[in-house]
Design a protein around this ligand. Structure first.
Ligand SMILES: O=C(O)CCC(=O)C(=O)O
Length: 530
């Protein structure tokens, strides 16, 4: 076991970068999961990732940014309002109510075909719209939540069987946002409904990411999301300002550059279990498809993140606060704490997450490592699996859909997620119903993979949504500190492992178990497809 040279694989920017052009400048059928063989794959891969060669002709590799990609059509519709200023709250709620009045009876009739939950959702939605006409916002909050709950219950036993469910859910979310914005009094009845405005707004955004038909995105929705985000960010900042004795809030500035070398206390990767590595320069989409995709073989594709493949330069990504400047005031979901049930989930501005948590350590690598060993470890905070690129078009313009997806990225059967966090974030061992390309743009992550054939040794938890084909399954094992009395078979489970470095993209076949721990502050982007 154990080769000693985990960081020798990566070295520094100066000595190991094989691509100087790139780095010198500033939800299914999980049974089809991987069939990993222990043999390392590498060697002769033809052609490279040509952006204009045969693969483009065969697979339609995109030349445009993610934002211009067909899968972002609904997002473009969401943010298409030519007016730079938000309309008033009143005009947002008037537009929402007018739209709902036009569509509610048709949606309700369609919902009633799907009893019992469809009937409950239809009744609650119709009542919500009636109350909204009368501007009874406290009552709207309760009824809209009741409609949403019926939609969620339907998902607990299966998928939404008709588009009326999505339409009803989007209206209910719109009304939940509107009622929260109208009833700002903390003692109002609205606040008795267990709902967080930020969470509702982000759920509304997530609904847009699933939409295939841009004309189905209502005009008022972007306004509602922006209003809600602004209110949550303003409230959180005000609260922080009140709490801060010295009021350093506006002026505190952290250097958020992140180390470009893997920390020395990182796990040693045993070569016999190392995920094979190939360079994108030597791996065409066609050969990836034949060698890895079709055989369910995981692989790390090195040097994917670079300008010639349509991605912002690695140095730009490493200056996290600069890179995400366009998203500083946007609300994002954040989980505090490591892997466990006592994690705190909240929403905050991305700029505040970066400044207050990722920015706690000095950019200088020596002091970074000293900080890790001598100082109290910083809080673990993670914006995980968030549709940031849909939320902030400017960021979607800085990346491209990798040609390895073979043009299969679709809004309703896949996703593009951003993952921004401190060191020591842990994503518990789980499997998703998608093929996955986990792309590391900044910092380092340790990843463990288990083939689906190992499932019986991984103690899968009963999935929350058994009948739903988009659900994921979690293992109850804590991978790096397992309780072998409770999970004795885990000791015999065989696995593959790797450390992802900036520029790498890990292909995980659909349904493959994976566990991820950040070794440094980290930014990743993953693509799910089917
Ligand atoms: O990077 C992580 O923390 C988890 C990534 C993951 O679970 C995924 O890509 O599906």
């Amino acid at each position: 076991m154990g080769s000693d040279n985990a960081w020798a694989l990566f070295g520094s920017d100066d000595d190991t970068d094989p691509d100087p052009v790139c780095s010198k400048r500033p939800r299914s059928d999980p049974s089809s999961g991987g069939n990993i063989s222990g043999a390392a794959v590498g060697g002769s891969i033809d052609g490279g990732d040509k952006s204009d060669g045969t693969d483009t002709a065969r697979f339609g590799a995109p030349k445009t940014s993610l934002y211009d990609d067909a899968c972002f059509a609904a997002t473009r519709a969401l943010w298409s309002d030519p007016e730079p200023e938000l309309p008033t709250l009143r005009s947002f709620t008037d537009a929402l109510t007018a739209d709902a009045l036009i569509r509610v009876s048709q949606i309700a009739t369609a919902l009633r075909q799907h009893r019992p939950e469809g009937g409950a959702a239809a009744d609650a939605l119709a009542e919500t719209v009636r109350l909204a006409e009368g501007k009874d916002w406290s009552a709207v909050a309760k009824l809209a939540k009741k409609a949403s709950d019926a939609h969620q219950r339907q998902l607990d036993h299966g998928n939404w069987p008709h588009e009326c469910w999505q339409q009803s859910h989007v209206l209910a979310l719109g009304f939940r946002i509107a009622s929260r914005l109208h009833c700002t009094d903390e003692n109002s009845e609205t606040s008795a409904v267990p709902d967080r405005l930020g969470r509702i707004a982000l759920e509304a955004l997530a609904m847009v990411t699933l939409e295939t038909e841009p004309s189905s995105v209502p005009k008022w929705l972007g306004h509602g999301i922006l209003f809600a985000e602004r209110k949550c960010v303003d409230d959180a900042r005000l609260k922080q300002k009140r709490m801060s004795k010295e009021n350093t809030f506006q002026t505190k500035k952290q250097n958020t550059a992140i180390p470009c070398k893997v920390p020395r206390d990182s796990p040693r990767i045993d070569t016999s279990r190392a995920v094979p590595r190939v360079s994108c320069d030597a791996t065409s989409a066609a050969s990836f498809h034949e060698t890895y995709f079709k055989t369910n073989m995981p692989v790390v594709l090195e040097h994917l993140v670079c300008e010639k493949r349509g991605w912002a330069h690695l140095e730009e990504w490493r200056d996290v606060s600069g890179f995400f400047n366009d998203a500083n005031d946007r609300l994002v979901p954040v989980t505090f704490g490591g892997h466990g049930d006592d994690n705190i989930v909240t929403e905050m501005a991305l700029g505040d997450l970066i400044r207050d948590y990722l920015g706690q350590l000095d950019a200088d690598e020596k002091s970074y490592e000293e900080n890790r060993t001598t100082e109290q470890l910083p809080t673990v905070a993670y914006m995980s699996q968030h549709c940031l690129f849909h939320q902030v078009p400017e960021l979607a313009k800085k990346i491209q859909v990798p040609s390895y997806l073979l043009g299969k990225l679709k809004p309703d059967t896949g996703a593009v997620n951003a993952w921004v966090g401190t060191a020591d974030t842990k994503t518990a061992l789980h499997r998703d119903p998608y093929s996955n390309l986990l792309t590391q743009t900044t910092g380092f992550k340790y990843v463990r993979l288990y083939d689906v054939s190992e499932s019986s040794k991984l103690y899968p938890e009963k999935s929350l949504r058994d009948g739903n084909s988009n659900t994921f399954t979690k293992s109850s094992v804590v991978v790096e500190t397992p309780d072998l009395k409770r999970h004795p078979k885990f000791a015999d489970a065989s696995y593959f492992e790797t450390i992802l470095a900036p520029g790498d993209a890990l292909f995980m076949p659909k349904g493959m178990w994976h566990y991820v721990r950040a070794l440094t502050p980290s930014v990743s982007v993953n693509f799910w497809w089917n």
